[in-house]
Write a protein that binds this ligand. Structure first.
Ligand code: MG
Length: 126
């Protein structure tokens, strides 16, 4: 499974990348903002995206709205801070499939990924 990490912090991406690797996910794409994410996604479509909320150039919520204009299916998990949790409904309306509050453990992330992929598979099979 190809997973794209979208976060403006290289440190956070590195942490998330090692968390994903500890879960056996080796096929990882990285983008530092929404603009870069759209460009990479067009060239190499991921099977799952983890998207940060606050980023320069194009933030997470704008990125998700843009993606959902044409792509209703790629699973997206929003990575929020505790403070942004109250805005999660906005993200759900924009089309995210799930969310995870930063910082998260490998266990939590694994659970969220499984949950998300199961939900998307169930929706696809009607
Ligand atoms: Mg950020």
């Amino acid at each position: 499974m190809k997973i794209m990490l979208v976060d403006d912090s290289r440190t956070i991406r590195n942490i998330q990348k090692s968390t994903l690797k500890s879960l056996g996910h080796e096929d990882i794409l990285e983008a530092s903002d929404g603009v870069e994410a759209l460009k990479i996604k067009a060239e190499t479509p991921p099977d799952l995206m983890l998207v940060d909320w606050n980023m320069p150039n194009m933030d997470g919520i704008t990125l998700i709205r843009k993606i959902r204009e044409t792509d209703k299916t790629t699973p997206i998990i929003m990575c929020t801070t505790e403070a942004e949790k109250s805005r999660i409904l906005e993200a759900v309306k924009a089309g995210v499939n799930n969310y995870v509050v930063k910082p998260f453990t490998a266990e939590t992330l694994s659970e969220r990924i499984e949950q998300t992929m199961a939900k998307v598979a169930a929706a696809a099979s009607g």
